[in-house]
Design a binder for this molecule. Structure first.
Ligand SMILES: Cc1cc2nc3c(=O)[nH]c(=O)nc-3n(C[C@H](O)[C@H](O)[C@H](O)COP(=O)(O)O)c2cc1C
Length: 359
C-alpha cells in the first residue's frame, strides 16, 4: 500500500517563480542596526546566517526618507543603500537562499527627529499615533501620487540590489494600513470613506510595484486584526474580504497574514468576531500564516491546508539555523528581549548555531 506523506514544513513548494527548499519563512524583523539608514557588515552576516530559511523577508525598509519612523532602520532610496543591500543578497544567494525586501513607509508612526528638516510625518488624516510620535499632516492628492512613485523607485532599486522579490508592507499600522482602516482614515476624497476607497492606495502601490517586478515576485503583508500602533476598523471583515478578493486576479507570489494581534492580551481583538484566518478561504493563491506558530502548530496548519507556508519572527531572531533545529528536533535558543531593537552584535549575530558557519 502506498502511504501518502502529509505535507509539512519540509515539503518543497513553488512560490511564484521560485521552488523553495522548505516552507519555513523568516518573518520581517526590524532590528535597528543599520547606520545612517545604510546596512552594514554585521547585517550581512545576520542575513547570511539565516539563509537556510525557505525565504527570508527582510526587515521593513524605507522607500524614502519620509517613510522612516525609527532610528537605525535601513532604506532603499539611494545608491549607497543599493550597494550595501547588494552585498547582503549576494551573501544569501551564496548559501542558496532566497530573499525578498520588505517595502515600508511608516506614515504617522515616526519618532521626533527622524523626519528630515523637522517636517511632520504624513498620514491619510492628521491623527497622531499614541505615544512619543509626532503630529502628522494629512496627505494631499498630489503627495499620494508622489508616494506611489517612491514605491516604484524603491522597487526598481530592490531589483538593482539583487533581491528575489519584494513584499509590500501593508500591515501593523503603517502607511498603507493607515489608509485601509477607518480609525486612521477620515478622508472624504477618493482615498477615504467606504472600504473600496480606503483600499485604493494599496492597489495603486501594488500596480506600481508589479510594473517593476511582475506579479509573481511580489508578496503582500496584511494584519487585519492587529491593534498594534493604535489600529482598528469598524468592520474589518468586510474591508479585508474585499481587499483579498481584489488580490485574487493579481496572482501575487503570496499573501502573508499576521493572524490575530501581536498584543496578545488585547481585549478588543479577543472579542472581535472576525478571525483573520478565514481570509485563507477567500484567497486563491499562496498563503503564508504568521503569529505565534511553533514547529507543531505550523506543521498542522500545513497538513490541514490552513496555510501553505508559515513565517517565524522571534524564533528566527534567536535560531539562525531554525530549519535544521526543526529537522533534528533540537532545542531552541531563547530570544533575549533586551537586544531585539538596536545595539551591537550581541543578541544579533551571536546566537549559537548547531554547526557554526564559516563566514
Ligand atoms: C523585533 C521585531 C521586529 C519586527 N519588525 C517587523 C517588520 O519590520 N515588519 C513587519 O511586517 N513585522 C515586523 N515584526 C512582526 C513579525 O514579523 C511577526 O509578525 C511577529 O514577530 C509575530 O510572529 P512570531 O510569533 O513568529 O514572532 C517584528 C517583530 C519583532 C519581534
Amino acid at each position: 500500500m502506498n502511504m501518502i506523506k502529509e505535507k509539512d514544513l519540509f515539503s518543497p513548494i513553488q512560490l511564484g517563480q521560485y521552488t523553495l527548499k522548505n516552507r519555513i519563512i523568516m518573518a520581517p524583523l526590524t532590528r535597528c542596526r543599520a547606520v545612517n539608514n545604510i546596512p552594514i557588515e554585521m547585517n550581512r552576516i545576520y542575513y547570511q546566517q539565516r539563509a537556510s530559511a525557505g525565504l527570508i523577508i527582510t526587515e521593513g525598509t524605507q522607500i524614502s526618507q519620509q517613510g522612516a519612523g525609527y532610528p537605525n532602520t535601513p532604506g532603499i532610496y539611494n545608491h549607497k543603500q543599493i550597494k550595501a543591500w547588494q552585498k547582503i543578497t549576494e551573501a544569501v544567494h551564496a548559501r542558496d537562499g532566497r530573499i525578498f525586501l520588505q517595502l515600508w513607509h511608516v506614515g504617522r508612526v515616526s519618532y521626533p527627529g527622524i523626519q528630515p528638516n523637522e517636517e511632520p510625518p504624513v498620514a491619510p488624516s492628521a491623527i497622531k499615533a499614541e505615544g512619543d510620535y509626532v503630529q502628522p499632516r494629512a496627505l494631499e492628492i498630489y503627495d499620494i501620487d508622489e508616494i506611489v512613485l517612491d514605491y516604484k523607485d524603491a522597487a526598481d532599486n530592490a531589483l538593482a540590489a539583487g533581491f528575489d522579490g519584494v513584499e509590500v508592507h501593508a500591515a501593523n499600522g503603517y502607511l498603507i494600513d493607515q489608509f485601509l482602516r477607518d480609525a486612521t482614515n477620515k478622508r472624504d476624497d477618493k482615498y477615504g470613506g467606504d472600504y473600496k476607497n480606503r483600499s485604493r492606495f494599496l492597489f495603486k502601490v501594488l500596480e506600481a510595484v508589479i510594473a517593476v517586478w511582475g506579479s509573481d515576485r511580489v508578496g503582500l503583508r496584511l494584519s487585519p486584526t492587529n491593534s498594534f500602533n493604535g489600529m482598528s476598523d469598524s468592520n474589518p471583515e468586510a474591508l479585508f474580504k474585499y481587499v483579498v478578493a481584489g488580490l485574487n486576479p493579481l496572482n501575487l507570489a503570496y499573501l502573508h497574514i499576521l493572524e490575530g494581534s501581536i498584543h496578545v492580551a488585547d481585549e478588543s481583538i479577543a472579542s472581535s468576531s472576525f478571525d483573520a484566518r478565514s481570509l485563507r478561504d477567500v484567497y486563491t493563491g499562496t498563503y503564508i500564516a504568521n503569529n505565534g506558530y511553533n514547529k507543531e502548530s505550523a506543521n498542522q496548519a500545513i497538513a490541514t491546508g490552513s496555510a501553505d507556508l508559515v513565517s517565524f519572527g522571534d524564533l528566527f531572531i534567536s535560531n539562525p539555523d531554525l530549519p535544521e533545529r526543526f529537522l533534528q528536533n533540537a532545542a531552541l535558543n531563547q530570544t533575549d528581549l533586551d537586544t531585539r531593537y538596536g545595539g551591537d552584535e550581541k543578541g544579533y549575530i551571536d546566537y549559537p548555531m548547531l554547526e557554526p558557519l564559516a563566514i
